[in-house]
Design a protein around this ligand. Structure first.
Ligand SMILES: Cc1ncc(C[n+]2csc(CCOP(=O)(O)OP(=O)(O)O)c2C)c(N)n1
Ligand SMILES: [Mg+2]
Length: 542
C-alpha cells in the first residue's frame, strides 16, 4: 500500500482491499490455483477463509451471511468447474434477492482459445442469474470492478454479482485507485402511488398484510410493525419476513392464512413476489396492493390496485403516517384470531401425538421445547421442511432460512456454515430431508474440521416424499422416488468428524435433541419418520 489514494499489490490484494471497504468479512471457497492470490491476500492480513467440499456450499454459505447480516457475502471459486458448480447457488441468490458476490478465477486472457486448463467463458452462463457480471481486464481496474459489482448487488432489488479475473490479471502486480466508500442509491417511491396504497388499506374492511423477505433485507421490520399497528391490520409472513412480528403480537397471524385470504377485501403484499406461493396474486375478489423495493419487482402477470415501488422503510413509514379515514378492523381481527386459535390447538395436538413410526409433527413439537428464541432454523428438504414451515414459529426476524422460491435442495450445510459464522453463540439447526441430505452432507466435514458446530435433524422417511406421494397419486405407481430405508446418516456425520444418533421412538426425541445442542460438534439426529405421512397440499408439483 503506498498512499491513501493509491493502492498497490497483486490482483488478489487489490480485490481484497475493495471487498473489505464494502463490508465483506470472510470468504467461502474451495481450493483452486486460479484464485491463489486471493488466498494469499487473505492469509497475509488475517482475513477469514472458510472452505468447503463442493462449490455450491460456498455460494450458499455466502448467501446465508448476506441474508442474515444484510451485507455482501463472498464466494471465491476456481475457473471453469468451480464456477459452474456454483451456479445453482447464484441462481438461488438471484431469486432471493441476496447480495452475493462470486469471484471466479479465469483461464489466462493472453492465450484465450488455445485450450488452457478449465478455460470457459463464464459470463454467458452466469449473466441471466446475476445483476452484474464482468471479466476484469487489468489489475488497475480491479477495485473499481469490485465496487461496481457490489453496488449492483446491494442496490434494491438486491441480487448476486459475478466477476472473473484472468490468471495474468490476478497474479500480476498493479496499482490502482483506492476503492471509494460504498454509495448505495436509495430507490425513492412515487408518493401518489404510496398514498393510493395507504388509502386502499386504511379504508378496507378486511385488510391483510403479507410480509416477505425484502422487509428483512431492506431493514424495514420496524417500519412494517409501525404501519401494521397504526393501520391495525393483521400480518402474515413468508421467507425472511417470518418473525417480523413476534408470535405473541396481537397482529401476528400464521395459521389462519387460508381463511384470511378467502375473506379479505384488500391484500397488501410487501417485499415478496406474487408467485406460486401467493396464488400468483389472484385472490378472488380481493384487491391487491403490491409493495416492492424496486420497479423491476412489479408483477407483469397481474395488475394490482396499487403498486408502490421503492425503499420499503420509506413506503411503510408513509403508510404508518397516513392521516386519512381509517376503518376499524377490530371485528375482522377478532374473527381471524378465532380461526388462528383453533388451528393452533389442532397443531398442538399433532405436535404431541405419540405415533409409531414418528410423524414429522412430533419432531417439531419436541424441537420447539429446546429451541431458544433467537435460534436460527434452516429448512432443506421436501415434506419434512413444509412441516417445519407449519409447526415452527420464528420469534425474531432473520432467524429462518429457507431456499426461497427457486426451491433448490442442497442449501443445508452451506446455509448452516453462514449462520454459524454469523452467530457463533446461537443455536443453529438444519431441518433436512433424507433426500436433501445427499446434496451437501459431505460438508459436515467442513463444519467439523473448522470447529463450526450445528445441529442437523434429518426427517428420514426413506423416500423423496414430496415427489413419491404425488407421483403415486398421479400414476398409481412411482419410480425414482425411493431411498434406502433407515439409512444411518448419523453414521456419516460421525465418520466425518461430528457425532449423532438415530431415533425411532417419539419419547427418545427430547433427550436426543438436548444431547445434540450440547455436543459442540456437528451433530445429526437421524429421526426415522413415517413414510406413509404425506404433507397435505393443494398443488403437488415441486
Ligand atoms: C436440486 C433439486 N433437485 C430436485 C428437486 C425436486 N424435489 C423437490 S422436493 C424433493 C424431495 C425431497 O425429499 P426429502 O429431502 O427426502 O424430503 P421429504 O419430502 O421426503 O420430506 C425433490 C426431489 C429440487 N427441488 N431441487
Ligand atoms: Mg425423505
Amino acid at each position: 500500500m503506498t498512499s491513501p489514494e493509491r493502492i498497490d499489490g497483486h490482483g488478489g490484494e487489490l480485490a481484497l482491499a475493495a471487498l473489505r471497504a464494502y463490508g465483506v468479512k470472510e470468504m467461502f471457497t474451495l481450493s483452486g490455483g486460479h484464485v491463489f492470490p486471493l488466498y494469499d491476500a487473505a492469509h497475509k492480513t488475517g482475513f477469514p477463509i472458510l472452505d468447503v467440499r463442493h462449490e455450491q456450499s460456498a455460494v450458499f454459505a455466502a448467501e446465508a451471511v448476506a441474508k442474515l447480516q444484510r451485507r455482501p457475502g463472498l464466494a471465491v471459486l476456481t475457473a471453469g468447474p468451480g464456477v459452474t458448480n456454483g451456479i445453482s447457488g447464484l441462481t438461488s441468490a438471484y431469486f432471493n434477492g441476496s447480495p452475493v458476490l462470486v469471484i471466479g478465477g479465469r483461464a489466462p486472457a493472453f492465450r484465450w482459445g488455445s485450450g488452457s486448463l478449465q478455460e470457459i467463458d463464464h459470463l454467458p452462463l452466469v449473466a441471466p442469474v446475476t445483476k452484474y457480471a464482468a471479466t476484469v481486464g487489468s489489475g488497475e481496474e480491479i477495485p473499481g470492478a469490485v465496487a461496481a459489482a457490489l453496488t449492483a448487488a446491494l442496490t434494491a432489488h438486491r441480487g448476486p454479482a459475478f466477476l472473473d479475473l484472468p490468471l495474468e490479471v490476478i497474479f500480476s502486480a498493479a496499482d490502482a485507485d483506492a476503492p471509494a466508500a460504498p454509495d448505495v442509491p436509495v430507490v425513492e417511491p412515487d408518493p401518489d402511488e404510496v398514498a393510493r396504497a395507504a388509502q386502499l388499506i386504511a379504508s378496507a374492511e378486511r385488510p391483510v398484510i403479507i410480509a416477505g423477505s425484502d422487509v428483512y433485507a431492506g431493514d424495514a421490520v420496524a417500519a412494517l410493525r409501525e404501519a401494521a399497528e397504526t393501520l391495525h391490520v393483521p400480518v402474515f409472513t413468508n421467507g425472511m419476513g417470518r418473525g417480523a412480528l413476534p408470535p405473541e403480537h396481537q397482529l401476528a397471524f400464521a395459521k389462519s392464512r387460508r381463511t384470511a385470504l378467502r375473506s379479505a377485501d384488500v391484500i397488501a403484499v410487501v417485499g415478496t413476489p406474487l408467485d406460486f406461493r401467493l396464488s400468483f396474486g389472484d385472490f378472488g375478489g380481493a384487491q391487491v396492493v403490491h409493495i416492492v423495493d424496486a420497479p423491476t419487482q412489479r408483477a407483469s402477470h397481474v395488475t394490482p390496485a396499487a403498486a408502490p415501488a421503492g425503499d420499503l422503510r420509506l413506503i411503510l413509514s408513509a403508510l404508518a403516517d397516513y392521516e386519512g379515514v381509517r376503518e376499524d378492523h377490530a371485528e375482522w381481527i377478532a374473527s381471524l384470531r378465532v380461526a388462528e386459535d383453533a388451528a393452533k390447538a389442532r397443531d398442538a395436538e399433532e405436535m404431541a401425538a405419540e405415533t409409531d413410526p414418528i410423524r414429522p409433527a412430533r419432531v417439531y413439537g419436541e424441537l420447539r421445547k429446546v429451541l431458544a428464541r433467537d435460534a436460527v432454523t434452516i429448512g432443506d428438504g421436501g415434506d419434512f421442511v413444509s412441516y417445519a414451515g407449519r409447526y415452527l414459529e420464528p420469534a425474531e426476524p432473520g432467524t429462518w432460512l429457507d431456499p426461497g422460491p427457486y426451491g433448490c435442495l442442497g442449501t443445508g450445510m452451506g446455509y448452516a456454515m453462514g449462520a454459524r459464522v454469523t452467530y457463533p453463540d446461537r443455536q443453529v439447526c438444519v431441518l433436512m430431508g433424507d433426500g436433501a441430505a445427499g446434496f451437501s452432507l459431505m460438508d459436515a466435514e467442513s463444519l467439523a474440521r473448522q470447529g463450526l458446530p450445528v445441529v442437523i435433524v434429518v426427517g428420514n422417511n426413506g423416500i423423496w416424499g414430496l415427489e413419491k406421494h404425488p407421483m403415486h397419486a398421479m400414476y398409481g405407481y412411482d419410480v425414482a422416488a425411493d431411498l434406502q430405508p433407515e439409512l444411518r446418516y448419523d453414521g456419516v456425520v460421525k465418520a466425518l468428524g461430528g457425532a449423532g444418533e438415530t431415533v425411532a421412538k417419539a419419547s427418545e426425541l427430547g433427550p436426543a435433541l438436548a444431547r445434540a445442542f450440547d455436543a459442540g460438534v456437528p451433530y445429526l439426529v437421524n429421526v426415522l419418520t413415517d413414510p406413509a405421512d404425506a404433507y397435505p397440499r393443494s398443488s403437488n408439483l415441486a
